[in-house]
Design a protein. Structure first.
Length: 414
């Protein structure tokens, strides 16, 4: 009894210690800043003309940006504030760059080489690159707590990991890049719904776009899924849009909402039969989604928590782990193909947070690359579970520890 009360006291002290941080995360406002936003975008760098070929050299990736840019100096900085205007850019892999600060001192920093693009030139270049690659495009939407640097770095890693010689497009929305700004990120994500869906439908309706492989991470899933539904409703093809391969990594979205509404609209029988598919990566060790569960009151799609204690008790009685997953859509007539696959990375999770296994764990990276490439059926690390649509990634207990950095094509710098 004494131990129980001691444990409760420790939890109370921890809660009181965390309270100021939680309040900061929930109610601390985003500061406008000391500079009028109009000053940031007054320079013509924010309205670039046609870029010469040498300016785009070494910048193979495409960026769509709804962040406010700071165009006062070169290079242009992308801030955490909102912009009402979508801008376009090209960028490359992280590189060491000499940066001159306000005092004239030159410092070497790891940066993303980037060039702001003329809108028409950007679309023309994307069209040309896509037409050379059978009309396929890889699109990435980042999640919570990201800056342009971190999210662009991840986009480049995804491109290397996939190994596909197709255009990589990164959508960058104004995440604050701070742990205690979750509520602000959530607000900015919802504010971006219209901008992202306008971009996505334009991309999907281009005559040269044959297939969009869409990867969304964390909070970005709540930006991507409604946009896909919007494209589906407005698609010239009544049976299926060309957004065929949808990958949701650690999705921070209500699991029941996904089961009830989203799966029914995005994974209709006709679209599944036309090769629409969703792969979801989940982990019981995802601490970020554990906090999101506490914040929202209901389990997230990306973490297999059991909301129903009777279901958890039943699983224990049957000798199964206490993990509850999204159910498959129920159809009046079953489709010929399987539209939903869930991959549990709990056993191979890495890092203190466990929120990016698909970019950090060798087995998860390998599986993720196979899904992008359409060869997931050959992924030998997947083990079947009690549910036909759920698989677990299980390491070889007798095998050596893999080189996660090399296997995931990950940058080793900051």
């Amino acid at each position: 009894m004494r131990d129980r009360f001691a444990g409760q006291a420790r939890k109370l002290r921890l809660g009181l210690w965390l309270l100021p941080f939680l309040l900061t995360a929930c109610i601390s406002p985003v500061q406008y800043g000391p500079i009028p936003h109009s000053d940031y975008i007054a320079n013509d760098r924010c309205r670039p003309g046609t870029q010469p070929a040498d300016e785009l050299a070494g910048k193979p990736y495409f960026a769509v940006i709804s962040r406010l840019p700071d165009c006062r100096t070169e290079p242009v900085e992308l801030l955490s504030q909102r912009s009402d205007v979508i801008r376009y850019a090209r960028f490359g892999d992280p590189a060491d760059m000499d940066i001159t600060d306000a005092k004239g001192k030159v410092k070497t920093q790891k940066r993303i080489p980037m060039v702001m693009n003329n809108d028409q030139q950007w679309w023309d270049d994307l069209a040309a690159a896509t037409q050379k690659r059978d009309g396929r495009i890889l699109l990435y939407v980042h999640g919570f707590r990201e800056t342009f640097f971190t999210s662009a770095r991840d986009s480049a890693q995804i491109a290397r990991l996939a190994g596909l010689d197709i255009p990589m497009v990164h959508y960058s929305w104004p995440s604050q890049g701070e742990l205690l700004k979750y509520a602000a990120d959530e607000t900015n994500m919802y504010y971006n719904e219209r901008q992202f869906r306008s971009f996505l439908i334009k991309l999907a309706q281009q005559p040269w776009t044959k297939e969009i492989i869409l990867v969304a991470h964390s909070l970005g899933v709540r930006l991507a899924i409604p946009a896909i539904e919007f494209v589906d409703r407005n698609s010239s093809n009544a049976d299926s849009s060309n957004i065929s391969n949808i990958i949701l990594a650690a999705p921070d979205i209500d699991r029941q909402d996904f089961e009830r509404d989203i799966a029914e609209t995005v994974l209709t029988m006709r679209r599944v039969n036309n090769d629409r598919r969703i792969t979801v990566y989940v982990s019981a060790k995802d601490r970020a989604l554990g906090l999101s569960y506490n914040f929202h009151g209901y389990p997230r799609l990306g973490r297999p928590d059991c909301f129903n204690p009777f279901e958890a008790e039943s699983l224990r009685a049957q000798g199964y782990p206490e993990r509850c997953y999204a159910a498959k859509t129920r159809y009046d007539t079953e489709p010929e193909k399987s539209g939903l696959t869930i991959v549990d990375t709990t056993a191979v999770s890495r890092g203190q947070i466990g929120h990016s296994d698909y970019l950090r764990s060798a087995l998860a990276c390998s599986d993720f690359a196979a899904v992008i490439n359409g060869t997931a059926s050959k992924a030998n690390a997947r083990q079947p579970t009690r549910l036909a649509h759920v698989f677990a990634l299980v390491p070889d207990p007798d095998g050596p520890e893999p080189d996660h950095v090399s296997a995931c094509h990950r940058e080793t710098g900051p």
